[in-house]
Design a binder for this molecule. Structure first.
Ligand code: ACO
Length: 326
């Protein structure tokens, strides 16, 4: 029997209409008495603007739009999908999952639907889970989505975090295929580092108990991120018996240009083979990798047959990589 693989057959993206430049953000924060500057944000992060969801716009809204685009690109209807795996840390509700809310809007009742919570590694976790279910033979066509509205968990009085993030969603259709596809996938976590990047608050007895805002030890995250992005790329390349020279495109989680450049340097991959979107999207957590993949597919950089490494790293601490043949 021919071996079963999973393969990306379409990509999609959704961004809120409102783009906020650094200058606009600096002016808005100044009104609250918070001091920052375009120069600081660009020099430390490479971010120039980010998209911010409108009041009333939900994670499921963005996810549904990205999913519909991915379906159109794959030439599939929602009814042909039998699995939805959605990565988010900013779900619309405690439950049911945002994946179920998206499924209802798409109208494919009966498909399995669930959320994956691995913060900025979420899309790589979700893709790995969907790939395993497809290769097991229980599912044939998956929507894998990363969708976030981080602007709602930011403390807009904390300049060390509120300048870094944005909102958005990205999606892929992943289908059973005789040809690869996902060549290798590896996931990791280190829960002992939970405190360096977290939103600790929870619903408890009708109230929020604990801090409801995102908190981060930026320098600790930076050091860990660069190390694990390097080791995890090497891991999937070794699994597939490939070298960094054979990678056409590196698409890491988009947190900070300095993390992206340091990762490229460690792997010996030139900046020309890096897809970077953090300049225009900020850090969109689980949405950042599929947003970047969709952009590079649509502008013609990522082409059929090419090797692409998707990488996640974020709260948990979690990390992982997926090596794809497009
Ligand atoms: N504007 C102006 N000054 C600022 C701002 C701001 N928005 N934020 C912090 N500062 C000041 C600090 O108060 C500090 O001032 P001080 O020296 O007088 O005390 C100074 O800038 C330097 O602060 P550091 O925290 O040391 O700055 P650093 O160079 O580490 O940059 C940053 C901070 C960008 C967060 C960096 O640590 C980083 O990139 N970390 C990676 C984490 C990341 O990107 N996380 C995103 C989520 S995690 C993930 O997605 C994996």
């Amino acid at each position: 029997m021919a071996r079963l693989y999973s393969k990306v057959t379409g990509t999609g993206a959704a961004l809120p209409a409102r783009a906020v430049s650094n200058d606009q953000l600096v002016a808005d924060l100044a009104q609250r008495g918070i001091e920052t500057s375009n120069d600081w944000i660009v020099a430390r992060t490479g971010i120039h603007k980010r998209h911010i969801a409108a009041p009333g716009q939900s994670t499921a809204d963005l996810a549904t739009e990205a999913a519909q685009q991915a379906l159109a690109a794959a030439g599939r209807t929602a009814r042909e999908i039998d699995l939805i795996v959605l990565a988010t840390s900013t779900p619309d509700q405690t439950f049911p999952s945002t994946a179920c809310l998206v499924q209802a809007r798409l109208g494919n009742v009966g498909a399995a639907a669930f959320d994956v919570q691995a913060v900025c590694s979420g899309f790589v976790y979700a893709t790995t889970v969907a790939d395993a279910l497809i290769r097991s033979g229980t599912h044939r066509r998956a929507l894998v989505i990363g969708a976030e509205i981080f602007s709602r968990i930011l403390d807009w009085n904390d300049r060390t975090t509120c300048v870094l993030f944005g909102d958005g969603a990205g999606a892929v259709v992943l289908e059973a295929s005789d040809t690869p596809g996902v060549l290798a996938a590896r996931l990791h976590a280190d829960g002992s580092q939970a405190g360096i990047l977290c939103t600790a608050g929870r619903i408890d007895g009708g109230k929020i108990t604990g801090d409801p805002f995102l908190r981060m030890d930026g320098q600790a995250v930076f050091k860990l991120a660069v190390n694990v992005l390097d080791s995890s790329a090497r891991e999937v390349l070794s699994d597939a018996r490939m070298t960094a020279a054979q990678v056409d495109w590196l698409i890491p989680h988009q947190a900070n240009v300095r993390i992206l450049s340091a990762t490229c340097k460690k792997l010996g991959i030139s900046d020309e083979r890096l897809v970077a979107t953090v300049d225009r999207h900020g850090n969109t957590s689980a949405a950042s990798v599929p947003l970047a993949l969709d952009l590079a597919v649509r502008d013609g950089r990522v082409q059929s047959g090419q090797a692409v490494v998707l990488q996640g790293v974020g709260g948990g601490f979690t990390w992982g990589s997926v090596l794809l043949r497009m």
